[in-house]
Design a protein around this ligand. Structure first.
Ligand code: ASP
Length: 312
């Protein structure tokens, strides 16, 4: 039984989360649950062909294959589900939801996750678009590189350690943190990961505790940026844990940024965090300046952008 009802619903997202936030707020206003709203929001972003870092139309790995990762967490029950390295199926956030709801596991990868999608009746569908493939072709095939027969390990290192910022590899993710009218929290993250990644590379997004974490009692956090950094210091869980240990939101976020900085990010590597307290206060953090996050609360007519606190 819920004791708190009719609280103001709150959605916090990465800057690319506008469409999903609008759909999710409608659901929350009708009394929908945080976990349903978080899943719906991520689905909307996954389906958007203009968003090249999430779902359909995501950017491919070095072999020209799109590999999708997603996870979500229910802050009421601490149940969670995740999938990684999924090819040829849409809406991986709902696959993560099925892992959470229907399996005695929390994370499925590659062929196992694709098998589950097929069992659930999903039809395979190429997640690449001409546009996303063209960017890959322009970067590699048109330079005369046949990646299918190459050793990729040196290439991927060169690509992800550029000397100049403008040569950095494109990447992105969508984050959603949701509080429903009952006060329940949920988080959801979906991504195609780092473009031109080594096949099988998994970032922070499907790693619970790194890419997202939420607990009704203490708050929620999620990350975008160079996933390897968030995995190394368990950023999302750390932020929530710091709040559990008594830190205020701003202090907990700054501590997480300091931990990322201690890893000495390479040129082009950075980390963004969004976070929320159980009572709906929110903030964004970034290791680089001029980054924003999105917030949308029940009394607002549309989502707005807030500036992220920076460590730089
Ligand atoms: N965090 C994602 C990953 O490392 C990418 C991103 O958010 O830019 O896979």
């Amino acid at each position: 039984m819920h004791t708190n009802t009719h609280l103001n619903p709150v959605i916090i997202a990465s800057e690319n989360g506008r469409g999903g936030a609008i759909a999710a707020m409608e659901l929350l206003r009708r009394g929908g649950s945080a976990i349903d709203a978080a899943e719906l929001a991520a689905r909307v972003t996954e389906d958007d062909p203009a968003e090249h870092s999430v779902g359909f139309s995501g950017l491919p790995n070095l072999l020209g294959e799109v590999e999708l990762d997603a996870s979500l967490m229910n802050g009421r029950s601490l149940e969670t589900g995740a999938v990684a390295g999924v090819q040829n199926y849409a809406n991986v956030i709902s696959l993560a939801r099925a892992v959470m709801d229907q399996l005695p596991h929390v994370l499925l990868v590659g062929q196992g996750a694709e098998r589950l999608a097929a069992e659930l009746g999903q039809q395979p569908a190429d997640q690449r678009t001409l546009e996303s493939l063209d960017r890959w072709r322009a970067r590699f095939a048109e330079q005369g590189m046949d990646l299918s027969s190459m050793e990729l390990r040196h290439l991927v290192t060169r690509l992800t350690m550029p000397l100049h910022l403008e040569d950095r590899v494109p990447h992105g993710t969508v984050n959603y943190l949701v509080r429903d009218t009952h006060g329940d929290l949920a988080s959801a993250v979906s991504t195609s990961g780092l473009a031109w990644k080594y096949p099988g590379r998994v970032g922070d997004s499907p790693i619970i505790g790194a890419g997202n974490y939420c607990d009704n009692r203490y708050g929620a956090a999620a990350c975008t940026g160079s996933g390897e950094l968030a995995i190394r210091v368990s950023t999302a869980r750390s932020l929530v844990l710091y709040m559990k240990m008594g830190m205020r939101l701003a202090e907990a976020g700054r501590e997480c940024l300091a931990e990322i900085e201690q890893l000495k990010p390479r040129t082009g590597q950075y980390m963004n965090i969004v976070a929320m307290t159980p009572d709906g206060q929110h903030s964004g953090f970034s290791t680089v300046p001029n980054k924003h996050y999105l917030y949308f609360t029940g009394e607002m007519a549309e989502p707005a952008l807030g500036e992220r606190v920076t460590s730089g």
